[in-house]
Each structure stands twice: as structure tokens, then as C-alpha cells.
Design a protein around this ligand. Structure first.
Ligand code: GLC
Length: 574
């Protein structure tokens, strides 16, 4: 059998990469592939699975442990594929099931794991269940799979409660007007969609829904996936009375609703959601290999997040508190400390993430321009030096900024339309990857990319950065390689201790032989001696334009770290 012919019958064939018996996901680096914007194989301007497969060598060359694929299932694409019409099929836009199998086999042959997205909170309104529900009367079994209710007020003309869609506007759409002729008179009927109207929420109190998702899990596990990223993992259970919120949540473009959520919130982070994860964990564990669940759960505190990671529930959850930190040492210190302590209580592995397909890219969040890029490069060294696993969003290894000036007529995020243009939405972080410095689609596609790339991105292309020793891409490759192939004995365990450092600095040790110092301030700063004692500098995030280590101002002073940069010190294990 050649390396690429591993088929769906082959369970996850990836071994723990150094055979040391540690669970692979406790210190993995995973690469997020937003399929529609990664690589287009057929010139229609939209990335696809064969495109991803053709570039797997690039991803493996970064030195990551695996990929997470955003949804590629059959879908009318009203929310970038998070509106699934068929959970068992690949959308023709992205390819076929055979293309998926080929991609999976090839990733495994390259030693990479593959996680797929699972979207259980809602289906698409094009799903056969929702079509059947619309054709069936109130109170029917078909309607019970979703959340249909009578409206309020005369004839039920008002939505059943005051909940707002995350994308703006009411979270309810009307499907029928009042029918005064029906026996007893039937008020207008509405259905719940916490997201777009094309994404009706499923009723997770209905056993048929639970059984259905058991099958979805099995289907992909049998094809050989290594696990699932669970979309809106905090949203599936709704309060049975669907009570009004004291203050309805306004769409702000921020996917984090937790600012408004609190104990007893009627739909976010309800306790009963954990029953679903215990059920799923049993299914997952019945398959060979170390397969995992990864939660997208925007919850209020690290302590609430830790509840998803109890030993019989999920393995990992995105650490959005880290992503939300400003470029600020005290913010990072507080978040890292509370993450480590809360997750240790349940024995869970910490995770770290800086960007994804829902948020403004971090080069831009950290101020944009050269300073934003320097900070983003430093943030990588911070993230990869912490205990736990890390998630890299495609394009961050190129230092891509957010595209803030997309013309309005190309915007596709439903948020833009539903907020009547008040919130531009998430398209600016989803612009296709520049592979080459020139040509149509900068090597992404032979056709016109579904979102236009800024002309300035030709300098940021993969091929350009591959030729530059100090490019952001080179830094990512070097950092992942060091972490995985040289420093793993020092970094894989949970060892972590803060080192006292001047204001504006973060410094910590991982055992005696590794330390990381991050300077979040805009001036060079003295390095703490306790950090430099861990060994020589093995990696610096600073580009050569700013001198690597300026000389100390006065003799006898400590060595300096440049502004907005990070350093790794280590005694390399032999
Ligand atoms: C998650 C996804 C986001 C999607 C939403 C609704 O937050 O990451 O892209 O719009 O769920 O499915």
C-alpha cells in the first residue's frame, strides 16, 4: 500500500509522535484550516478538500501535529457551512467523500491528526428534518426536533420571547400566521434560531436528536477522524420555559456572549449540556486510537470551562480568555495563572489560541502595522512556551492582518446584513491565503477568490516568506521545530513557574533549563537574571530590523530584551 492509499476502513493510524506514552493532545500544536480560504483546486474561487490535500506537505512542514477542518458538509452556505443540510455528505463546493478520505489518509501518512467540525446546536433550514417540520402541524413529532412555539400577543404576532440572534435581530422567525379556523384557534408559529434564520436550533430534549448525533459521530469515527471540534458547545440546552432575558443580548460582532451570561442563563452554559458530553465520550472511547473532543465554549469563567473538561467529558476547550487578552503583561499573567489553576483541578490540558475564523486577526488586534506584527510574533513564542496545546489559525504563520476594507458587496457574513451594516462581520479574517507573490488569487486559485486579497499580500505570500530567513513563516517553522523536536523533554510536562520581572514583562520557567521572557512594553527592558540563567537564547521573535539584544545602557546592568518581543532561553537536551 502506498503512503496515500489509507482508506476509511483504517482507524486513526497516527502514533504518539515520539512514542513516549503521553497523550498526544496534551501538548499538540494544531493548525486550523478554513477550507474555503485555504487552497482552491478547481478554479471556482473557493477553497476545497483536494486543495487542502495538495497543501498538506506545507502544513506538515510547519511542524504541527494535526489539523482542524472547518465544516465542509453539504450546506447552502448561509453561515460559511455552519448551516449543515446533510451531516453525512461533503458539499460539492468542497469535493466528495472520496476526496475527504484521500485527505485523511494523506494527513495520517504524514503523521498528522485530523479533527472535523461538529455542528450540533442547529441544522440548516435546508436539512430534511426542518423541511419536514415545516410541512407538519404544530405538536407533531417533526416539529419536536426543533424549538417551535406560539407567538405572544394577539394572534401570536410577536416572537415567543425577547431573545436576540447572535448575528442580530430576533432569535425567532415566524412560519405561519394565526389560524382562527383551526379548532380552538392556533396562534402564529415561530421557530428559534440563536444564529441566522437558516440555522434552526435543534431540541436536545428530543431523544431522536440525541440518537441522530450518535450516528453522526460514528459515521466520521468509522472513516478514521481523530476527533471533533464541537461548535457552540455551550448552547445546546435551553431553559424549558424559554424565559425572557432581563436584558436581551445585542449583536456586537463579538462571538463571546458570556459578558451577558450568568448563572442560570436560559441558553448559554446550562448544566444539562454535560449529560450530552458524557454520552458522547462513551461513544468516542469505544473507538481505537486516542481520539478527542475539542469544545468551542464561550463561558463566563475558567472555572465554568473546566466543567467541560472533567475526565468523562471533553478533552480540550479553546481558551478564549487568552485570545481576548490585550497586548498587556498583566492581562496575560492573570489569564495564564487562572487557566493553569482551574484546569489543573480537573486534570485537563490547558490550551492556547490567538486567532480563528470568528475574530479579528491578532496582528490587527495588537495594534496593526510593524508593532502589531512584532507583538504577534512574540505572542507565538509565549503561546508555544506554555504548558498545554496550541492552535494556529491559517495565515497567522504569514503574519496576515485583518482585511478591514473589503467592499460591502463582497461581504458574506450574515452578521453584516442582520445588523443592517452596523457590524461588518468576520469576513476580514477569512480572506484566502496568498501562496505566491503574483498571479490570479496569489496562487490560491486560478479564478477570482471568493473574497479579494489585498495587493500588499503578495509580499506576505508563502513562497516569498519561504525565501526569507527572518520571515514570520520562518519563525513559526523554527518555533514549532524547536518545541517538537528539541525542547519537548523540557516543555511537554506541566512544570511552570513565574519569574519576577519588571513591569510590562512576563517571564516564566519550565523547569530549570527553559525560560521564556516576553516584553509587552514599547521600550527595551532589562531581562530578569533568573530567566537568563536557564541557558543561552535559542529563539527570538524580534525581526532583524530591531537589534536582537541591545547592549545594556550602563555597565553592570542586566541584558536587555527589545520592545514587543519574546525570547526563549534553554539548555538544549542532548
Ligand atoms: C461558531 C462558529 C461560527 C458560527 C457559529 C454558528 O461560533 O465558529 O463561525 O457562525 O458557531 O454556528
Amino acid at each position: 500500500m502506498d503512503a496515500f492509499s489509507q482508506g476509511p476502513e483504517e482507524p486513526s493510524a497516527v502514533e504518539n509522535h515520539d512514542g513516549d506514552g503521553r497523550e498526544w493532545w496534551r501538548d499538540a500544536v494544531m493548525y486550523q484550516v478554513y477550507v474555503r480560504s485555504f487552497a482552491d483546486s478547481n478554479g471556482d474561487g473557493v477553497g476545497d478538500l483536494p486543495g487542502v490535500a495538495s497543501r498538506l506537505g506545507y502544513i506538515a512542514g510547519l511542524g504541527v501535529d494535526g489539523i482542524w477542518l472547518n465544516p465542509f458538509y453539504k450546506s447552502p452556505q448561509q453561515d460559511g457551512g455552519y448551516d449543515v443540510a446533510d451531516y453525512f455528505e461533503v458539499d460539492p463546493l468542497f469535493g466528495t467523500l472520496a476526496d475527504f478520505d484521500a485527505l485523511l489518509g494523506r494527513a495520517h501518512a504524514l503523521g498528522m491528526r485530523v479533527l472535523v467540525d461538529l455542528v450540533p446546536n442547529h441544522t440548516s433550514s435546508h436539512h430534511e428534518w426542518f423541511r419536514a417540520a415545516l410541512e407538519s402541524p404544530p405538536g407533531s413529532r417533526e416539529r419536536d426536533r426543533y424549538i417551535f412555539r406560539s407567538g405572544r400577543g394577539p394572534g401570536g404576532a410577536e416572537p415567543p420571547n425577547n431573545w436576540q440572534s447572535v448575528f442580530g435581530g430576533p432569535a425567532w422567525s415566524k412560519v405561519s400566521d394565526a389560524d382562527p379556523q383551526a379548532a380552538g384557534g392556533v396562534p402564529a408559529q415561530w421557530y428559534l434560531h440563536l444564529f441566522a434564520p437558516g440555522q434552526p436550533d435543534l431540541n436536545w430534549e428530543c431523544e431522536e436528536v440525541r440518537l441522530y448525533f450518535d450516528e453522526v459521530l460514528r459515521f466520521w469515527l468509522e472513516r478514521g477522524v481523530d476527533g471533533f471540534r464541537i461548535d457552540v458547545a455551550h448552547g445546546m440546552i435551553k431553559h424549558e420555559d424559554l424565559p425572557d432575558l432581563d436584558v436581551p443580548e445585542e449583536a456586537t460582532g463579538d462571538p463571546d456572549p458570556s459578558g451577558m451570561s450568568g448563572d442560570g442563563h436560559p441558553y448559554w452554559d446550562r448544566d444539562q449540556v454535560h449529560d450530552i458530553y458524557r454520552r458522547w465520550r462513551k461513544i468516542l472511547d469505544s473507538y481505537p486510537g486516542e481520539r478527542v473532543f475539542l469544545a468551542e465554549a464561550w463561558v463566563k469563567t475558567p472555572a465554568r470551562l473546566a466543567r467541560y473538561l472533567r475526565p468523562d467529558e471533553l478533552h480540550m476547550a479553546f481558551n478564549f480568555d487568552f485570545l481576548k487578552c490585550d497586548w498587556n503583561a498583566s492581562d496575560f499573567t492573570r489569564t495564564i495563572t487562572s487557566t493553569l489553576s482551574n484546569l489543573a483541578e480537573v486534570g485537563a490540558a490547558p490550551t492556547w489560541v490567538l486567532s480563528n475564523h470568528d475574530v479579528v486577526r491578532h496582528v490587527t488586534r495588537y495594534g496593526g502595522g510593524p508593532a502589531g506584527l512584532s507583538r504577534a510574533r512574540a505572542a507565538l513564542l509565549l503561546m508555544l512556551a506554555l504548558p498545554g496545546s496550541a492552535f494556529v489559525y491559517q495565515g497567522e504563520e504569514l503574519g496576515l492582518p485583518e482585511v478591514t476594507d473589503l467592499p460591502e458587496d463582497v461581504l458574506q457574513d450574515p452578521t453584516f446584513v442582520r445588523t443592517e451594516g452596523r457590524v461588518r462581520g468576520r469576513d476580514g479574517c477569512r480572506v484566502p491565503i496568498p501562496w505566491e507573490p503574483s498571479g490570479p488569487g496569489l496562487g490560491f486559485s486560478t479564478g477570482a477568490p471568493w473574497l479579494p486579497q489585498p495587493a500588499s499580500w503578495s509580499e506576505l505570500s508563502v513562497s516569498q516568506q519561504s525565501r526569507e530567513a527572518n520571515s514570520t513563516l520562518a519563525l513559526y517553522r523554527r518555533a514549532c521545530d524547536l518545541r517538537r523536536n528539541h525542547l519537548r523533554p523540557l516543555l511537554a510536562g506541566p512544570d511552570f513557574s513565574w519569574v519576577d520581572a519588571a513591569q510590562g514583562l512576563l517571564a516564566f520557567k519550565r523547569g530549570d533549563d527553559f525560560s521564556c521572557v516576553v516584553n509587552c512594553s514599547d521600550s527595551p527592558a532589562e531581562l530578569p537574571a533568573a530567566a537568563t540563567a536557564a541557558g543561552p537564547v535559542v529563539l527570538s521573535s524580534a525581526s532583524p530590523a530591531s537589534s536582537l539584544l541591545p547592549e545594556p545602557a550602563a555597565s553592570g546592568a542586566n541584558r536587555l530584551i527589545p520592545a514587543n518581543s519574546a525570547l526563549w532561553f534553554a539548555r538544549m537536551p542532548s
